[in-house]
Structures are given as C-alpha cells and as structure tokens.
Ligand binder design. Sequence first.
Ligand code: EPU
Length: 331
Amino acid sequence: MEFNKSLKHYNTFNVNYLAHKYIPINSLSELKKLINNLTDKIFILGGGSNILLTKNIKIPCIHIKIKGIKIIKEKLDSIIIEVNSGENWHNFVMWCISNNFGGIENLALIPGKIGGAPIQNIGAYGVELKDVFIKCKGINKITGKIKEFDSDECNFKYRDSIFKNELKNQYIITSIFLKLTKNNHKFNIDYGVLKNKIKSDKLNLKKIANAVIKIRQSKLPDQKKIGNAGSFFKNPIVSKKHFENLSKKFKNIPSYFVNEKLVKIPAAWMIEQIGLKGYKEKDAGIHKNQPLVLVNYGNANGKDILKIAKKVRTKIKEEFKIELETEVTIY
Ligand code: EPU
C-alpha cells in the first residue's frame, strides 16, 4: 500500500489527483483476501482510460493488475480464450492477430484494460465486444464471492451493460472469455471510413487492424502526448420524430439507423455545429479533428475539463433539445 500517491500517470487524462490509500493488486487471491479484510467502500482503478477524476480519492483505491491469458477450449475453426482483467486491451488484440485469432481486429488501439471492456461493451468500426463475448467473471465488492455472467446476463447495449446499471459499482471484473475464429474469419469492413481505407481482396486480420490503427491515429489524439479518454460523450439515440423535426432545421444532419423508431446522431457532428470543435479554455479543450474527444493539453485539472463538458451539454441542449450522456465516468 502507498499513501497519497499521485494518479497523474494512472489516468489517461493525466489529471493530477491523489489516492490517499493506493493498493496495487496482482492476483485473484490477493484481491479476495483484500475484500475479505476491508469494510470501507473501495474505488476500482483499471486502465484509467474511461474516467475523469475531479477530486482526490479518499477511499482505498484498488489498482487491478491481474495478468494472464489462458486457452480454454480449441476446435478446428474456433477458440475460447480467458483473459484476466489487468491485461492491456490493445496488446491482447495484437496477440490475437499474431496467432491468427479473429473477431476483435476492428477494436485495435482502444485504450484501457480488459476489465473495462464488458462494462461499457467497447466498440468501434462496426464491431462490439458483445459479438465475441462468451462470459466474464466478477468478484462481489462486498461479499468477495465470484460470479459468472454470460452475454445475456450482461445485457449489453450500445456502450452499456448491467455493470453500468443494476450492478453499478457492485462487481470487479476479474476475467473475460471470448470466442474467436481460427479459420473462415468474418471480416467486417462495412463501416464507412474503414471501407474506404481497405481493398477488399485478400483480406487478413493484420490488414484490418492496421487500417483501424491508421484511422484512429489520424483522427484521435495520441494519449502519450495529449491527455484524453477517447469519446467523452455517447452518440445520442433519439426518436424518429425528434430527428425529423431536427432535419427541418439542419438539412444535412447525419444519422445511423437503430430501429424503426429510433435514430442515432453523431455527437461529433453536433459539437461541430455549435462551433466548439477545437475550442480551448486554459489547458482543457475539444479536439480539433474529433470533437467528441475532450483533451488536456498539459496542466488542466478535472474541473477544467468538466467545465468544457458542461458547456457542450448546455449548448447541445439549447440547439438540439438533446441531453448528451457522458461515456466517461466522472469521479
Ligand atoms: N463528424 C463530424 N465532425 C467531425 C468528426 C465527425 O461531423 O469532426 C461526424 C461525421 O458525420 C462522421 C460521424 O461524426 O461520419 C462519426 O464520426 P466517427 O466515425 O469518427 O465516429 P464517432 O461516432 O464520433 C464512434 C465511437 C468511437 C469509435 C468510432 C468508430 C462513440 C461514442 N464513439 O465515434 O469510439 O472509434 O465511432 O467506430 O460511439 C471511444 O469510444 O472512445 C471511441 C473512440
């Protein structure tokens, strides 16, 4: 355990708050022991890539670093793999590609650790975690009991799961089980920008991952240089009626089909319309290439970034009558 540890390098916004009690955890048995001995509420830190800290953490801060990849079952065409929650997501994607295991190549370069993946059903370029997900294991934060959740129980939706709703803050994900292909990969290159970037003949996993990496690198700020947590807001889903009303005012409003009654609107487009693309105040700002991403140019604190987020939400509400939800957790 360390006291008053700076979390600046443990959150991808690089904001400088302290963990009054910082406890790194390297194995499941250590985690179980800790939970059995703790009575306080705890704060769980994983990759720190989907959180905006706005204050010091006074309750024990448990940093999950449980590593390990295990092959559970292998068939001619498919493989089931268990990955522990402290593994880095992107490194795992690249490991799968080097072994020719298919299914998550579109999710290359998503920041964070494995444990965060099911919580928000990570997704990009037409693929979501749920497409390859079998189950996950989680440990109850109070009882220390381990429970398995299959895909249905996780109730995955767009950037959403049971762990953000009914079971919010109740479980620590310790591992996930994915089913990947070994042959006959189902390549998914239908997403607009990906389709343009890639020739559809002689596809392989590496080609797709490389194209995704190139797109992400060209649009999204490099987390090593500029603090950010990827998309800060979710793309809102509105009724078709609301969308039709907006279309009268905004002739070129883009949208994605959700179902007969609902439409998803890219929040990046709305932020551009309200003139905030590239906006900056102190060291906090809205990225110039991808306005869905809020950034820390150096010395912004969590409150500076939150102020910008509030400005975006207020203006979007005024202009589009839509309440933007954050994808990032605010603490
Ligand atoms: N757009 C603009 N102006 C811009 C940028 C985008 O108007 O400056 C509009 C365009 O109409 C564009 C649309 O927004 O077609 C969508 O942009 P993009 O393809 O970049 O995707 P996104 O909706 O902004 C989502 C995910 C990303 C994911 C990409 C690709 C969410 C909240 N974000 O972004 O996820 O990489 O699609 O699949 O769903 C993340 O979650 O951290 C993340 C990066």
